[in-house]
Design a protein around this ligand. Structure first.
Ligand code: NAD
Ligand code: UDP
Length: 357
């Protein structure tokens, strides 16, 4: 590790997006410390990130810790200095949040407040937060720009909204804070080695892992939730962004935190393109030369019709742009679910963790 390397604390580092971001951080020359309570992940992901990062793997350390454990967090911050924190740790299942709202408010809000308190006490005031396009609710028009009105349709969504507001409030109370709120659209795919990725327990809620499980024969058919929307083919439209492009967005955000003019800013991370359920299925079938059986069903409660991002602000101000096309996203998702790519080829083509510009 060089003396110059910035040290970044990554909460939720063993999780799906956290592990990919750790990898991109290491490849980009950062030193990183991951913390995670491993509620929804395994420490194996950390070892795999270290392996995939090769010689940079030594710049990663890990602590099993719950963010609500303030003494443990205090001890960590007392033992080393962090240049910034990227905060992924949280519960994320919309349906579960409706059934168990207090778990969500306790985990997501208390965890974040404890983290922010400890950061402030140790003079670390650079913060990147995982927000979500869910804060746009059912948007009146698309693409969604960062100025759109905000709403929440579930306790999960409300935790995102509340945390965004908390961040705006702490910046107003103390302008030393530099905060970037990243609103993710639909993260999909995995590192093509298949070493790290998303392996939801039980029945997947999200479209892409479900399609992957149908493709590998773990489930008989994809249930399409609604084909009567006012969209090109009647099915829901979303903005599917590859997780490695998303991870690179965090590195762009870290760079932006060095901009003296930054206060508390929000950026969308998406592709700027809407894709329907049937289009995803068709691309998957084309890439895998395999039929995905479909069962048409009614709309899923709480679902929205069409949501995709305006990426203008992120492209302009973060100098970040997706590098993986829609076809590649599907091809890589298919390959990572069947372990059919080589990590060498991918790292050559995707590069070394640098973002555009
Ligand atoms: P994930 O569940 O894979 O990762 C979150 C990690 O946080 C898990 O490893 C979990 O064990 C850990 N964690 C949870 N509560 C914790 C706590 N109190 N203390 C320490 N660790 C804790 O989820 P992900 O998909 O990687 O999502 C990361 C973040 O991005 C979450 O905040 C999520 O809400 C947000 N987000 C995700 C999506 C998505 O579709 N995946 C979309 C928008 C926003
Ligand atoms: N979807 C579907 N079948 C599934 C899972 C999802 O038809 O088994 C649809 C869903 O209705 C939505 C799109 O796929 O139109 C994306 O759903 P996902 O849950 O992945 O993302 P979100 O709705 O949270 O944006």
């Amino acid at each position: 590790m060089t003396d110059m390397a910035q040290k970044i604390l990554v909460t939720g580092g063993a999780g799906y997006i956290g592990s990919h971001t750790l990898l991109q951080l290491l490849l980009g020359g950062y030193a990183a410390v991951g913390v995670d309570n491993l509620d929804n992940s395994s420490q194996v992901a950390i070892q795999r990130v270290q392996e995939l990062a090769g010689e940079y793997g030594q710049n990663l350390s890990f602590h099993k810790m719950d963010l609500r454990d303030k003494p443990a967090l205090e001890k960590l911050f007392a033992s080393m200095k962090f240049d910034a924190v990227i905060h992924f740790a949280g519960l994320k299942a919309v349906g579960e949040s409706v059934a168990k709202p207090l778990n969500y408010y306790d985990n997501n809000l208390s965890g974040t407040i404890t983290l922010l308190e400890v950061m402030a006490a140790h003079g670390c005031k650079r913060f990147v937060f995982s927000s979500s396009a869910t804060v746009y609710g059912w948007p009146k028009e698309v693409p969604c720009t960062e100025e759109f009105p905000l709403s929440a349709a579930s306790p999960y969504g409300r935790t995102k909204l509340f945390i965004e507001e908390i961040c705006r409030d702490i910046y107003h109370s103390d302008s030393e804070w530099k905060i970037i709120l990243l609103r993710y659209f639909n993260p999909v795919g995995a590192h093509p080695s298949g070493y790290i990725g998303e392996d939801p327990r039980g029945v997947p809620n999200n479209l892409m892992p479900f399609v992957q499980q149908v493709a590998v024969g773990r489930r008989p058919a994809l249930t399409v939730f609604g084909n009567d929307y006012s969209t090109k083919d009647g099915t829901g439209v979303r903005d599917y962004i590859h997780v490695l492009d998303l991870a690179d967005g965090h590195i762009a955000a870290l760079r932006k935190l060095s901009d003296p003019s930054i206060g508390c800013e929000v950026y969308n991370l998406g592709t700027g393109k809407g894709t329907s359920v049937l289009e995803i299925v068709a691309s998957f079938e084309k890439a895998s030369k395999q039929k995905i059986p479909l069962v048409m069903a009614g709309r899923r409660p709480g679902d929205t019709e069409t949501v995709y991002a305006s990426t203008d602000k992120a492209e302009r101000e973060l100098k970040w742009k997706i590098q993986i096309s829609k076809q590649e996203v599907v091809r890589l998702s298919r390959a990572s679910s069947s372990g059919k790519t080589s990590k060498g080829r991918f790292l050559e083509s995707h590069g070394n963790g640098r973002v555009n510009g």
